[in-house]
Structures are given as C-alpha cells and as structure tokens.
Ligand binder design. Structure first.
Ligand code: FE2
Length: 378
C-alpha cells in the first residue's frame, strides 16, 4: 500500500470495512467538534500530534499496520509518518486531511426508477448531507440541494449527455453553504429557493421560487417533476416528487425523524405547520413512495446498498409521525430538540444572500455534521 490515501480511497475502504484504525492527531477540541465518519463505523482514536510525538514508543507498539493518520490539512500527520517510518512502521496519511474530507462528494446511482430516467444520490460524508441529480439521458437534468462544489454535478450530468436546466434548494439551509446559485450561474440553469425562507427583499442571485404544484419538464413529455410545499422545517420547505416513484423530502422527514422546526426562531408555529404537512400532504401519498431525504444523522440510516432511503409507509410507522393529536405531536417535537449550533443563523443569512462569507468563514461555518433533525432515534 502507498503512503498516502485519498479521501475517496478512504471512503471506499471504510465502506469495505478494511480500515483497521484512524489515528486523528488534531487537538482534542477539533476532534470533539467533528470527526471523519464514513458509511460504516470505523475504529478511531484521537491523540494530538504533540502527544503522539512524546509517546512515540507506545504509538509504534499500539497502532496496527495500515492505520490512517489524519490531521487538519495532511502536514502534521505526514511528519508523524516520517517518525513512524524511522521505527519501521508502515502507516498512511490522509491526503489533505479533514479539510479535504469536508469537501468529499460520493455519487451513488439510484436504482428502481421508471424507464427513461436516471438519478444519483450524492453523499457528503463530512456533513451527512445528500443532494441529487435527476434527469433524462441526452436531455435535461435537475440538481437538488447541491453542496458548494459545482464541478461534480456538472460532470455527473455530462456522463449522460444532460443539460442542467434547474437547480433547486428545497429550503434555505442552516447547516451548510449552498452551491445552488453558483451552479445555476455556471450552467445557465434557473435557480429556485423558497421566497418564504429568503424573505421578500431582492437577493443578489437570480431566483424563481417554485409554486406549490409547479411542474418541471425534463425534456420527455411523459416525465414531470413536481414541487410540493411542505412547511415545517422552514416556512418555505418544498419537496420534489416524481409521482409514483420517489419524493425528495429535503429536511421535512428523514429515514428516522423529522426536520427540526426551531431554526427560524418560530418553533411552535412551525411544529404545528409540520403536523399539517405530515397529515395533510404526506399521508395521502402512495405509502410505497421512496423517501429520499437531504440528510442522515447516524450511519445505521445508510442501507446495505450504500443508499439513504426508505418508503413512506416506514416513515409513518414511527411513533412520532403516527401521532394524531396535534398538541402531543408539537410537544414531542419541541421537547426532543437538541440545541442548535451557533453558526446556523449566519449560514442561513449567507444562503439567503443577506451576508457574504470568505473562504475561511465558510470553512469555519461548515464544521461538523448537520444537526437538522428533531426527534431522531438511533
Ligand atoms: Fe439541513
């Protein structure tokens, strides 16, 4: 094995269960804020670089072969590799460190789609975020909830000869910086984000909010993508449907749990809207509809096929979603809320065009896995 492992190679090895140990040599507070997590559990140990150097004899004895050493940008860990190599140990360095891991996107082809349509669920493991590319080969594609890196989406669409015509954010995200406006600008696509979330003041980017029931044509007259308003997580939350097949639920419902309604400061009001969304808008849909959410919280939400998906029947089998009493539903959602990260208000302002952020700001704002779910059970 080589001395360096790329982020994608590490992801694949974690998925295959072949990583014996991740040795994270960042400081304890950086490690506590977020860690490298893949699609399967992986043994991980934190030992700050200065302690690893001080305790080198023990490290030499304790770590297994092929351990992957990680630091913030891949430099400190590389120095440790030199010291370990001098002691005859063969371990590997994560190229680019956690900064590179934060940018990793892994596209996964979605099976079981109607004829003539292709789609990918794009995983961003550092944030536990999911985005989607859906289209008709040789014709048009839409991108939903893109991360802030345009190239992978453009490249995916190109593999099937598709032109990206619509870029959609299901809501103004609070946990990550959207790539929607940039991707739309680069591809000439129309960008859509709910105006209930951005506010009515003009945004610095072009926006054509989708109305409830709006249809998007993918260039094949038999296939229409449908926009369905599902307020609750945010006032403007919108789900994207291919009727009879799947529903991109954004942060409305996840494989386990629902989107937290408190991030815009109106927890009770939006919890009540979420109740009506669940019972009036989701419940009437075909229970066999595949649910494709915008996040996961725990790796046990990732299926054996590597995809994060379920069906509406399973979503409704949870005690929370089957709760018919609105008061109890609201109470249960509100009492289950974890505290929101301090950065979330700033991220919402950036994503709605009301604040600018430098590259350093963005790296700081995006630290850590999303905390968009309420009432999530492991
Ligand atoms: Fe989110």
């Amino acid at each position: 094995m080589g001395r360096t492992v790329t982020t994608r190679e590490l992801y694949d090895e974690i998925e295959a269960g072949t990583v014996p140990l991740i040795l994270d040599v960042r400081n304890q507070d950086e490690f506590a804020a977020w860690q490298v997590e893949g699609p399967k559990p992986v043994p991980t140990r934190n030992l700050p670089i200065w302690m690893a150097v001080e305790q080198l004899d023990d490290v030499v004895k304790e770590i297994p072969d092929n351990t992957v050493v990680i630091c913030a940008h891949g430099n400190g860990s590389d120095l440790l590799l030199d010291l370990l190599a001098d002691e005859g140990r063969s371990v590997r360095n994560l190229d680019g460190g956690t900064a590179a891991w934060s940018e990793l996107l892994v596209p996964k082809r979605l099976p079981d789609l109607p004829d003539g349509i292709v789609a990918w669920q794009v995983h961003r493991p550092a944030k536990a975020c999911l985005s989607y590319v859906i289209g008709v080969p040789g014709k048009r594609a839409i991108v939903v909830d893109p991360a802030r890196f345009a190239d992978p989406y453009i490249e995916l669409a190109a593999t099937e000869g598709m032109t990206i015509t619509n870029v959609i954010d299901t809501h103004v995200h609070a946990d990550h910086i959207t790539g929607g406006p940039e991707l739309a600008e680069r591809t000439g696509a129309t960008y859509h984000v709910p105006i209930e979330d951005t506010g009515k003041a003009p945004t610095p980017f072009a926006n054509e909010p989708l109305a409830d029931g709006a249809e998007i044509d993918l260039g094949d007259t038999s296939i229409h993508i449908l926009s369905i308003k599902m307020p609750g997580h945010t006032p403007g939350s919108t789900c994207i449907s291919l009727p009879g097949s799947f529903l991109l639920t954004g942060d409305t419902v996840f494989v386990r749990g629902v989107g937290r309604p408190d991030l815009t400061g109106r927890a009770e009001e939006l919890a009540s809207e979420l109740y009506h969304t669940v019972h009036d808008r989701l419940r009437p849909l075909d229970p066999r509809t595949t649910v494709l959410p915008a996040h996961w919280s725990f790796d046990n939400e990732i299926g054996d096929d590597g995809l994060v998906r379920t069906d509406l029947a399973s979503v409704f089998s949870s005690t929370l979603l089957s709760e018919a009493d609105m008061v109890k539903f609201i109470e249960e959602v509100i009492t289950s809320l974890p505290s929101a990260p301090e950065t979330y208000d700033t991220i919402r302002l950036v994503n709605s065009g009301r604040k600018e952020a430098s590259a350093d700001d963005i790296e700081f704002l995006e630290i850590g896995k999303n905390q968009c779910a309420a009432s999530t059970t492991t």
